[in-house]
Design a protein around this ligand. Structure first.
Ligand SMILES: Cc1ncc(COP(=O)(O)O)c(C=O)c1O
Length: 382
């Protein structure tokens, strides 16, 4: 079996992640921050350790500015719904996932103006196009760091500089890049960053967060939900302290134990070496696919300009048939269709059929790539 669906979720998780989760449930299973007994304190320590490691990883100095959420979607909703008010304008790019587009379309109904800067046929956004859009003033610029459809990496730093010069905040959807590319909020000039734990960070589902830059004033961000935090229990109103203002209800301690272990696992291997491995795989995959008659590849031709996500179609074949045959005849698992990102497919010209998406991971071997190329050559020919 060859698993090529790492852009959806990484699998298998490192054994260290499984061990950390088992250990949490066996030895630290109390409710973190609620009670004073040792199981609660041990659980609180695990949650804090993961928070601290992530703060360091994302280049912020205060771990309490890592707000845990269920996933990237939850973090993006918190940011978009918590920041934007009727009458304000928000600018986004033409490659967004529905985790951004659906909240924006809902906010549009509540009087927020949404402007979309188009991407070209490779999914690339031109910073100059943002200059023009920013002339009308905007509260926020939101865009993904890399497309989940074809991997195109956005020029976040350049766009963030333009946005700041125009007085706008910047929110980045790093669902596809946390654990793949270096993410330093200050260096990138990003105010808020949404990440997910279950993809390249190697953590389990049910983990993610919103990271607030040291310079961002949380008074501007309303919580999405309110409730018990284990702190200031004498008040019936939500506390203002970080992260409690945004983290009501029992946290996913077992998941965060796994996420901490996932992060440690990638840090031991090093982002650079993981990226070099994946670049080698995608370069070979693109080359192999280019030589198959009828294959149309999407995204940038240079693998350096994208993450390890390859999207393609084969002339005369439905993408659903290709996905089915890869699974049934070759035990190769990928994802086909629109990948929850119709806007991106419109930009690429692959809407409404969508594409076949191959997303290798850290344990994918070059022989796996050769097997996939052979399988696709057979599918294309028959
Ligand atoms: C670019 C992008 N944004 C957001 C999400 C949503 O992530 P999650 O499933 O963690 O909510 C995904 C997941 O596929 C994604 O690829």
């Amino acid at each position: 079996m060859i698993y090529l669906d790492h852009a959806a979720t990484s699998w298998p998780k490192p054994p260290e992640v499984l061990a950390a989760m088992q250990n949490f449930l066996e030895r630290a299973g109390g409710n973190p921050g609620r009670s004073g007994h040792r199981l609660s304190i041990a659980a609180g320590r695990v949650v804090y350790d993961t928070r601290e490691a992530l703060a360091d990883f994302f280049g912020i100095s205060d771990p309490l500015r890592v707000l845990f959420t269920l996933n990237a979607t939850h973090a993006l909703n918190l940011a978009l719904q918590g920041l934007l008010k009727p009458g304000e304008r928000v600018i986004t790019g033409g490659m967004e996932h529905n985790a951004v587009m659906r909240p924006l379309r809902e906010l549009e109904k509540r009087g927020i103006k949404v402007e979309i800067v188009p991407a070209d046929k490779t999914g690339t956004l031109a910073p100059a196009a943002f200059t023009a859009a920013l002339e009308g003033g905007a509260r926020l610029v939101v865009l993904n760091h890399a497309s989940n459809v074809c991997g195109t990496i956005a020029p976040v730093k350049e766009i963030a500089a333009l946005a700041h010069a125009a007085g706008s905040l910047v929110l980045v959807d790093a669902a596809q890049t946390a654990g793949v590319l270096p993410l330093h909020l200050t260096e990138m000039g990003v105010d808020l960053l949404a990440f997910t734990g279950h993809k390249a960070l190697q953590g389990p589902p049910g983990t993610g967060g919103l990271v607030l830059a040291d310079s961002f004033d949380p008074a501007q961000l309303n919580p999405l939900i309110r409730g018990g935090t284990g702190s200031r229990s004498e008040f019936e109103t939500q506390p203002d302290d970080l992260p409690d203002r945004y983290e009501s209800g029992t946290p996913n301690g077992v998941g965060l134990a796994g996420l901490g272990a996932g992060l440690a696992w990638i840090q031991t291997r090093g982002l650079e070496s993981l990226r070099a491995h994946e670049l080698g795989l995608t370069a070979r995959l693109r080359e192999g696919l280019e030589n198959i008659k009828g294959v149309h590849l999407y995204g940038p031709a240079d693998p350096q300009l994208s993450t390890a996500v390859i999207s393609f179609a084969i002339e005369g074949k439905r993408v659903s048939e290709i996905g089915y045959r890869l699974d049934e005849e070759h035990e190769i698992f990928c994802r086909v269709g629109l990948h929850c990102a119709p806007a991106a497919h419109r930009s690429l010209g692959s809407f409404p059929e969508g594409t076949v998406r191959l997303a290798p991971g850290p344990l994918t071997a070059l022989e796996d790539i050769e097997t996939i190329i052979r399988a696709l050559a057979r599918i294309a020919a028959t």
